[in-house]
Design a protein. Structure first.
Length: 669
């Protein structure tokens, strides 16, 4: 096929323009090979990626020339019925000539989709933020840089400068904005800061910190509430001078804001003896001396989740089409509720536990439907925002180049679920006031078996790229070094080691001045998972013991790394669930990997035979990430391939608890 002419697009005048007009560049059943210059990451939008995969396209986003050639050959044969898209961030002329000559050429750039807005300003938005921009009416005239900043603040981030002059409105806005996965671009924050610093009411507020750091905002808000409660009740709750500037006692708008702040978890109720001295509006923010906060918090979380999953039926299509940022909000609420449901102190009422269990079944079904629709599209592009665990090394490299960090360390806590992290994080924050923790959520590799998902995590590769080692964790060091070799680092600068801090010191490579990219694996939590034979409650009790013992040694190691100039990235390869056995297949040698929550087959007939005897199972195949010859069989819901009715804590399946894991960037403030 000869090279076709380059397609370009002029300005749009309707909402969601970049979505519609981007897809117009990729008509189905037309071009076997399309080359796309996408310097602004237009195709990183998950709705666009989903639509392209629905049209039958395979996407290749690979900057390494060798990796690109490998991926292209894997995708052959490309035809008009099975077309291939190759994405480049630079000029298409930099691609190999044979591909350049054959392909249909497309150039995507944000200034063609939003011609009335300042291009450099629009480029600062993340894909999720661009999606919101695409849904608002375009301005009637061309806007300059400053006017574009104001337009984006108002329409993408719902920041009305006039409204934000009121403290209650600013506090409510900060609560909303810090719950979003992606931060407001610094250019927009600076503009907002300039505006708010002119407001007399904010003269003593730490505005810059409040606007940029969610944790700092939460701490400040709780301190302000503490001072108010102490003043009103006359009780000394904490003997520490705090400048009182929020004035809960004087602003009726703040009275209306208080329940929302408590519900979001940003403000935590305080236990007081003389709560009767407080006005009625303040009651959501306080507890009586003998009152347990947890049942009330459980009710709040159940309410939040029921809004997304109305009982007794789920609104399926809406959930299937939800964006990842919406599921992240569900995952956080569900993880927090899980910590309460299985708290060893048993704080929830029987009715709350029953409602939790009903929601669990619904969430499992809805999340699996969403994964079938969105998991593969989100896995196809690793930058600028990571979604899958195999995106982590490219993201670390990208972040390291953006921040010009000298040294990085990736700490993998094998088996750490999001619920586990919600137990660990508050303790670490309390012990280390100087640590700054920036949290993201990731999707583990399905199946969420250690050998598969951890290998994807340390290599930056899809399982299709390491098909010959799906059943082992012994190649982690080689995979880690190979990734960084592609970034120009010597093998000696990229050590990979295992931690066993209860038995000995950390690897000696930490002390080496040559180390630039360090990977450390700690399996302690995963060992605890598999030892929890009595269920999740037993595991949580063990995790709390871990926090008071082993964790302190781990924290000392992290502190040492930070002191040595490392930026530390803490993450996990998978979470875990409590599952009940429904029998174990007897396949002999036809199964490649035997897991309690997932079994891997390279023979389609073998998986067919097993599924006939285990009807309540899920077949996972051809997701664009696994090798084409691999089939995975997983139990539905919370069942396991083990002795009938046996309960164990395990992993490998596609539930929210197993798939969604944290990625935390730790730095010293």
């Amino acid at each position: 096929m000869g090279r076709s002419s380059t397609s370009r697009f002029s300005g749009a005048s309707n909402t969601r323009s970049h979505y519609v007009r981007s897809l117009q560049a990729f008509p189905p059943h037309t071009h076997p090979l399309t080359l796309v210059s996408d310097p602004d990451d237009v195709l990183a939008d998950e709705d666009i990626l989903t639509a392209l995969l629905d049209r039958g396209f395979t996407l290749v986003d690979e900057s390494d020339p060798v990796g690109l050639r490998h991926r292209v050959e894997q995708a052959r044969p490309w035809t008009i019925d099975h077309p291939l898209i190759i994405i480049a961030r630079g000029p298409l002329s930099e691609l190999p000539y044979d591909l350049w000559q054959q392909g249909h050429h497309v150039t995507l750039a944000l200034h063609t989709f939003f011609p009335r807005l300042s291009y450099p300003v629009v480029r600062t938005l993340t894909p999720a933020q661009l999606s919101r921009l695409g849904r608002v009416p375009v301005p009637s005239r061309r806007l300059g840089r400053q006017a574009t900043v104001d337009f984006l603040l108002r329409h993408v981030f719902d920041a009305d400068p006039d409204a934000l002059r009121q403290p209650a409105s600013l506090v409510a806005w900060l609560d909303r904005i810090h719950r979003q996965p992606d931060a407001v671009p610094s250019l927009l924050i600076q503009r907002l800061l300039d505006e708010l610093q002119q407001v007399a009411a904010y003269a003593e507020w730490p505005l810059e910190t409040l606007l940029t750091e969610g944790d700092a905002f939460a701490t400040w808000l709780r301190e302000q509430w503490l001072v108010y409660v102490q003043r009103e009740t006359g009780e000394l709750i904490r003997d520490e001078p705090i400048r009182y500037v929020l004035a809960f006692d004087q602003d009726e708008r703040l009275h209306d804001t208080l329940p929302g702040l408590v519900r979001s978890g940003r403000l935590k109720p305080i236990q007081v003896e003389r709560h009767s001295r407080l006005p009625r509006w303040a009651r959501p923010g306080v507890l009586s001396p003998d009152e347990d906060r947890r049942p009330r918090r459980g009710a709040e979380l159940l309410s939040i989740l029921v809004e997304s999953f109305p009982l007794p039926e789920i609104s399926g299509p809406a959930l299937e089409d939800a964006r990842w940022e919406e599921w992240q909000a569900v995952a956080r609420a569900w993880a927090e509720l899980t910590t309460l449901r299985y708290d060893p102190d048993d704080p929830l009422a029987p009715a709350q536990k029953e409602e939790h269990d009903q929601l669990q079944a619904q969430i499992d079904v809805a999340f699996l439907d969403w994964l079938r629709n969105r998991y593969a599209p989100l896995g196809s592009r690793s930058l600028p925002v990571p979604h899958h665990v195999h995106h982590v090394p490219p993201y670390i490299d990208y972040h390291h180049r953006q921040t010009k960090a000298e040294r990085i360390a990736m700490l993998v806590l094998d088996g750490l679920s999001l619920a586990d992290w919600l137990i660990v994080a508050p303790t670490w924050r309390a012990r280390h006031a100087g640590w700054h923790l920036d949290e993201r959520l990731l999707l583990a590799q399905i199946p969420t078996l250690t050998a598969v998902s951890r290998q994807a995590l340390v290599s930056g590769l899809r399982p299709a790229d390491f098909a010959d080692t799906l059943d082992t964790t012994r190649v982690g060091a080689r995979r880690w070094a190979a990734f960084w070799a592609r970034q120009g680092l010597d093998e000696e600068a990229c050590p990979h080691g295992h931690l066993a801090l209860d038995r000995g010191p950390p690897p000696a490579e930490i002390d080496s001045a040559r180390t630039r990219a360090l990977c450390l694996i700690d399996t302690t939590i995963d060992d605890m998972v598999h030892d929890a034979t009595l269920g999740t409650t037993t595991f949580q009790a063990t995790l709390r013991v871990w926090l008071d013992s082993y964790s302190r040694k781990l924290e000392m190691l992290i502190a040492d790394l930070l002191t040595r100039g490392f930026t530390v990235y803490l993450t996990s390869d998978h979470g875990h669930v409590a599952a009940r056995g429904f029998g174990r297949p007897s396949e002999g040698l036809t199964v490649d990997t035997r897991g309690t929550r997932a079994r891997i087959y390279s023979d389609r007939h073998a998986i067919d035979n097993v599924q006939q005897g285990f009807a309540r199972t899920i077949r996972w195949h051809d997701d664009g990430l696994l090798p084409g010859h691999v089939w995975v069989l997983m139990p539905e819901g919370r069942q396991a391939f083990t002795t009938f009715n046996k309960v164990l804590v395990t992993h490998g399946g596609p539930t929210l608890d197993e798939v969604v894991v944290p990625l935390v960037t730790l730095m010293v403030e």
